[in-house]
Design a binder for this molecule. Structure first.
Ligand code: TXA
Ligand code: MG
Length: 311
């Protein structure tokens, strides 16, 4: 993608003044602010309507910039070398002398950090002298944004600037791995766990995996298109939008495909945009036909399970 330097300059100017700017990443768009500025971080929480105790991910250009704020360990180094920049977030210990705003972590001693791959945001990060706190660019609990018009849908005129970066190539948030002690996956995401396991040469425990949800309502709704969702549906009603992993021979007006041939990568990329399309359609409920629970299919199912907690 061609990088528009005037756009990056504009974003930089606003961020230097502790304003919030939406930024493109390969996973989803983020709502960014100076992670060293209390004012900038408070603004992000306010705009997103995010509970104060839900900490933010901080985005860095490279390991050198990170080393100022966090303690780095061997597992981090191995995963960084293999996957960064890319769709993985690490939980690390904050250094005592770190300049990260206490609003980012809600006063906790750990920090979630990530190195986004999107060329526009990398170019921006390289030019800033602070890292960017950036949660996904959506109102808290709603659908994530995978292009600039989605961000506009979410926030209207409330944010000063959206840095254009086209459509997010992965379409699902980063995989979060806690590396403080024994590695643990805290959120399934755009990087498959098998790949992480291969590098660390061991099986990693998954906390909060979809299989572990024992009672409905255990999780508050997240990624919500604001309508009821039924999962693993064999027989849908014509009044429901039907979300399908692959194109069927016979098409119907209420059929929405995530992929032509059931490709999970393509389906991941299309998940949030398709849910947003349904949200804007005449349908008021969604039936989802079974999605294979392997690889990125696990992340897709995780998002749909959480979205289905709508009451
Ligand atoms: O792909 C992504 O990760 C995107 C793009 C914009 O980078 N960001 C994103 O941020 O998904 P957000 O805020 O929507 O989700 C971050 C998740 C939240 O569930 C939060 O609770 C968790 O990361 N988190 C943040 N800091 C943490 C910490 N210190 N310990 C454990 N979890 C943390
Ligand atoms: Mg989010």
């Amino acid at each position: 993608m061609r990088i528009n330097l005037a756009n990056i300059k504009k974003a930089k100017k606003l961020l230097n003044k502790s304003e919030s700017v939406a930024i493109p990443t390969e996973t989803v768009y983020g709502l960014a602010g100076n992670a060293y500025s209390d004012q900038a971080c408070k603004k992000i929480f306010r705009l997103k309507k995010r509970p104060k105790n839900n900490p933010l991910i901080v985005h860095y250009y490279n390991i050198k910039n990170l080393a100022v704020d966090c303690d780095i360990n061997d597992n981090f180094y191995k995963l960084y070398k293999k996957f960064c920049p890319g769709p993985i977030t690490f939980i690390l210990e904050l250094k005592k002398k770190s300049k990260i705003s206490k609003f980012v972590t809600n006063g906790k001693s750990t920090l979630a950090v990530r190195f986004p791959k999107h060329p526009v945001t990398r170019n921006l990060l390289k030019k800033l002298n602070f890292p960017l706190a950036a949660p996904s660019a959506n109102i808290s609990s709603k659908l994530s944004a995978v292009c600039s018009s989605d961000v506009k849908d979410e926030f209207g005129e409330k944010i000063k600037y959206i840095l254009e970066g086209g459509r997010s190539s992965i379409g699902l948030e980063s995989t979060i791995v806690d590396l403080r002690n024994k590695p643990k996956i805290l959120r399934l995401g755009g990087l498959e766990i098998s790949q992480i396991q291969k590098i660390l040469k061991k099986k990693i425990i998954i906390i909060r995996s979809p299989q572990k949800i024992t009672s409905p309502g255990q999780f508050k709704v997240h990624y919500s298109p604001d309508m009821p969702i039924r999962l693993n549906v064999k027989k849908n009603k014509t009044s429901e939008a039907l979300l399908l992993i692959r194109k069927k021979k016979q098409n119907k007006p209420n059929y929405y495909y995530l992929s032509k041939k059931g490709d999970l990568k393509e389906a991941a990329k299309n998940l949030f945009s398709t849910l947003r399309k349904i949200k804007k359609s005449k349908y008021n409920s969604i039936a989802v036909s079974k999605i294979p629970n392997k690889g990125l299919g696990k992340t897709i199912n995780d998002r749909l399970i959480r979205a289905s907690k709508f009451k």
